[in-house]
Design a protein. Structure first.
Length: 573
């Protein structure tokens, strides 16, 4: 019994030892497995980190190399990708009088000889001025924008003090074209005046400067507009000219010109004087171009319902101590189409009087005439807008474009509203994607717009706009010849001549404003100073040049229907 008990106890002890050893082995295996899992996790994390760094995150050197490959300033293009402004590496000519150390002369040759050699490389360089600067021994630029071949010739002079550091330069491949749109880049590397200023942050941002920024401008249209404006300006010896081509459905500015222009590649004292933008910053009394807007407001308000109704036109209107006259007696009476065709102040004022000052003022405000023009450019003129309630006389003079002064851009946006179905949209110099035009605000009924398209076309066919009627392009528009105000009232011998046009009038797509500042009567204008003889012909020559570029081809087989209006015009004058 005792032996059996001892044998059982021994067996039980062996079982416990086996169990303990198995638990210890299991614990050891688990610890080893845990260590292996930890090492595998660390290895996997390290591999993922290495892969992310190698494939996703660029190294600092790669980042710097990528930024180094980017231009120092982003490129600006027109709507078709034509480069308008771009940055490129260039040389500069720098005088370093300490290139040979502090002692002795910085130049091997005499300053005058070196100046003469530099002048041989750079024609137009002032030898006396350069020699004086070299003699003074003061460090500084002698010239910016040095071409590689010019740099090689400077090296051949053999003067160590003439250094040629590499710099980034801003270049405008189209020269002075669209200068007032683009502006320029100053010595501090920041944009001035135009879209260079507006887009400054974007053009300098490494995240965006590698992608060209397109504007709404079409350089083909821009070139044609500037050319025709310049010809017209020179032909009548005008002080200046302004013009704009506007898409009536999107508000995109396809061309904008202010003459004389400046060259953004070379900003000098003369260039700074020419930076003032006549299209967006100068306000003018634009005269009779306001008459269609007044008539449109009257039609829209139901004041004019019968276009055949006749108004007296052969006597001045007396309002208080003021008289409203026409330049000449047109007839005893005129209806609405005849009023616009012959541009009668007397009848337009009567229509405005029936419309009322309050309604006319509201329409002009809806057209944006009471605030700065809507466009991205920093230089935007504030209109001369009559404050407070408009009295009867004020409304009557505003109706034919006197007593209110706006920019040509204001007028372009207003005409776009009048012909596009009645929707006002802000003008823009940014390219608008298809279908992305702003909704705008309704100013006129669609029916009013349709009627005004007929009336504008009649002016170009029978009235003062005949010199703008380019065959096949169905041009419509209105002349405006306004005396410029002076210190003692209006100056009767100085005019601002404007033609506001749209085409094709059967489905208007574009508005054109052409304006001349103080044109003279010359042989080219049959010795006339009014818009019918100088501004209208500019539009007449411009439309055939730009129409086909914009998808409007000449077609003499159809036109806007004038059937119901023709009988209202006496003798189709």
């Amino acid at each position: 019994m005792t032996s059996l008990t001892a044998s059982g106890a021994l067996a039980s002890g062996r079982v416990r030892l086996v169990n303990i050893r198995e638990r210890l082995l299991l614990t050891a295996r688990l610890r080893v497995l845990l260590i292996i899992v930890c090492f595998l996790a660390l290895a996997l994390a390290a591999l993922l980190r290495i892969a992310w760094i190698g494939l996703v995150q660029p190294t600092p050197s790669e980042q710097s190399m990528a930024e180094a490959l980017l231009p120092s300033r982003g490129e600006i293009t027109d709507r078709n990708g034509v480069p308008l402004a771009r940055a490129f590496p260039a040389y500069a000519l720098w005088y370093n009088p300490k290139a040979l150390g502090d002692g002795g002369s910085p130049l091997v040759k005499s300053p005058r000889v070196v100046a003469q050699q530099l002048a041989a490389i750079f024609p137009g360089m002032d030898v006396d001025d350069i020699a004086e600067r070299l003699e003074a021994g003061k460090a500084g630029y002698l010239r910016r924008r040095v071409l590689p071949e010019e740099a090689n010739r400077v090296h051949d002079i053999g003067e160590l003090a003439l250094e040629l550091p590499r710099e980034s330069d801003r270049h405008y491949p189209q020269g002075s074209m669209a200068a007032h749109v683009l502006g320029y880049v100053a010595a501090d590397g920041h944009g001035r005046v135009g879209m260079e200023s507006v887009l400054d942050d974007q053009l300098l941002d490494p995240a965006t400067r590698g992608t060209p920024t397109p504007l709404s401008i079409d350089m083909r249209v821009q070139g044609a507009l500037e050319d025709e404006l310049r010809r017209g300006m020179l032909a009548v010896d005008a002080l200046g000219a302004a013009g704009i081509v506007l898409d009536v459905d999107t508000g995109e500015v396809l061309a904008l010109a202010s003459l004389p222009e400046f060259d953004p590649n070379k900003i000098d004292e003369q260039g700074e004087k020419l930076m003032f933008n006549r299209v967006t910053n100068q306000v003018y009394e634009l005269g009779s171009t306001f008459k269609p807007l007044t008539v449109a407001a009257a039609i829209d308000a139901g004041v004019v319902t019968d276009l055949s109704r006749r108004y007296q036109a052969n006597r001045p209107l007396k309002v208080g101590g003021f008289q409203i006259r026409d330049s000449h007696t047109i007839g005893a009476s005129l209806n609405v189409p005849e009023t616009l065709i012959h541009s009668s102040n007397i009848v337009t004022a009567q229509i405005a009087d029936e419309l009322g000052a309050k309604r006319l003022k509201r329409t002009m405000a809806d057209l944006g005439m009471n605030e700065r023009p809507y466009i991205e450019l920093p230089a935007r003129g504030f209109p001369i807008w009559p404050k407070g309630e408009w009295r009867r006389l004020r409304a009557m003079t505003v109706s034919y474009g006197h007593g209110i002064a706006v920019t040509p851009l204001h007028l372009a946006s207003a005409y776009a509203t009048m012909v596009n179905g009645g929707i006002w949209r802000p003008a823009t110099l940014r390219k608008v994607a298809p279908g992305a035009a702003p909704r705008g605000r309704r100013v006129f009924k669609a029916s009013t717009s349709a009627r005004m398209n007929q009336l504008l076309r009649m002016i170009a066919v029978y009235g003062t706009g005949r010199n703008a009627d380019a065959p096949g392009f169905r041009v419509g528009g209105k002349t405006g010849s306004a005396e410029k105000p002076g210190a003692n009232g209006y100056r009767h011998h100085t005019l601002v001549s404007t033609f506001a046009a749209a085409f094709p009038m059967d489905k208007p797509r574009y508005v054109i404003i052409a304006m001349l500042d103080e044109p003279k009567g010359t042989a080219a204008s049959s010795y006339q100073r009014t818009a019918a003889w100088n501004a209208a012909p500019i539009v007449g020559k411009l439309v055939p040049r730009i129409g086909p570029l914009l998808g409007v081809t000449p077609d003499s087989t159809h036109d806007i229907d004038l059937t119901d209006l023709k009988p209202l015009v006496k003798g189709d004058e």
